[in-house]
Ligand binder design. Structure first.
Ligand SMILES: [Zn+2]
Length: 279
């Protein structure tokens, strides 16, 4: 049997057979094309001269063997029925390849090539997230501190959660000139986080919180100033100076936690003078 390739076999058979095969294909005469075993294809061809079943072995691009019911004894040449079925098979395989390509492209588009934080936040349940936060806070002190600082303002049951946060990071021996770098780093990080909250509170015109954060920083950090280089210190001083009068004057402002108790007095001028140098 002549070695033929599925991609161009029609150029290697008689032109008449190829033309008839093409006509049969166009007329939709090839029916029930199926792969009954791996690489073994069968089809029924309804031709004007009769209905014939053909069989063909294709591995995977080479035509290895074929046979047709129309064959009379001794015939081994490709008939138009086989040629039509092979054309149909080529069409089918080309279509399948194209479909697979489109599917692969679609999959590549939808499949993640990296996991982002928002992917995780979208898919994790609140319970699972809480569990992670618990577990990770136990493992990582810095994470725990950042978490506590971030949510300090939402904690109830204390008058000044910011003071509690700073107390937990400032080493007890503040006079120590040789403060350890990791301790300093934690203080700096916490200050950065608190100042970010201060800015946020001020932007939202929540002057009581802005003032409370600024004052707490000044109170807690002032003793460290002579020995430690704390950036943003000057800013906290000016924040206290800025937000205290604003807060004191906004008597009807909703940012005052309890106007009947006049909480402004808690931060009396004396209190502020104690930590802020008086001109
Ligand atoms: Zn035939």
């Amino acid at each position: 049997m002549q070695k033929l390739w599925l991609k161009d076999f029609e150029h290697h058979i008689s032109a008449a057979t190829a033309n008839t095969a093409d006509d049969l294909l166009q007329a939709g005469s090839v029916k029930a094309l199926r792969e009954v075993e791996k690489h073994f294809w069968v089809a029924t061809v309804e031709a004007p001269d009769g209905t014939f079943e053909i069989e063909a072995m294709i591995t995977p691009h080479k035509i290895k063997a074929f046979t047709c019911e129309c064959w009379t004894e001794g015939r081994r040449l490709m008939c138009p029925h086989i040629a039509a079925a092979l054309l149909k098979l080529r069409q089918f395989l080309e279509q399948k390849t194209e479909e697979n390509k489109v599917k692969a492209e679609k999959r590549a588009k939808t499949e993640l090539n990296r996991i982002t934080i928002s992917n995780v936040l979208d898919s994790a349940t609140p319970e699972a997230l809480a569990e992670f936060v618990q577990e990770y806070s136990r493992r990582d002190r810095d994470f725990a501190l950042a978490l506590k600082t971030w949510f300090a303002a939402t904690v109830s049951g204390t008058e000044n959660p910011f003071a509690l946060i700073l107390d937990s990071v400032i080493p007890k021996t503040v006079s120590d000139k040789k403060a350890k770098e990791p301790d300093l780093r934690r203080v700096r990080q916490t200050l950065d986080d608190l100042i970010r909250q201060l800015d946020g509170a001020a932007e939202e015109h929540n002057f009581s919180t802005a003032f409370q954060i600024a004052l707490t920083i000044v109170q807690k950090i002032a003793p460290l100033w002579p020995n430690w280089k704390i950036k943003n210190g000057r800013r906290c001083y000016s924040s206290v100076n800025t937000f205290f009068p604003v807060w004191q004057n906004c008597r009807n402002c909703p940012c005052r936690p309890n106007s009947r108790r006049r909480p402004g007095r808690r931060y009396s001028t004396w209190h502020v003078r104690k930590v802020i140098p008086v001109k």
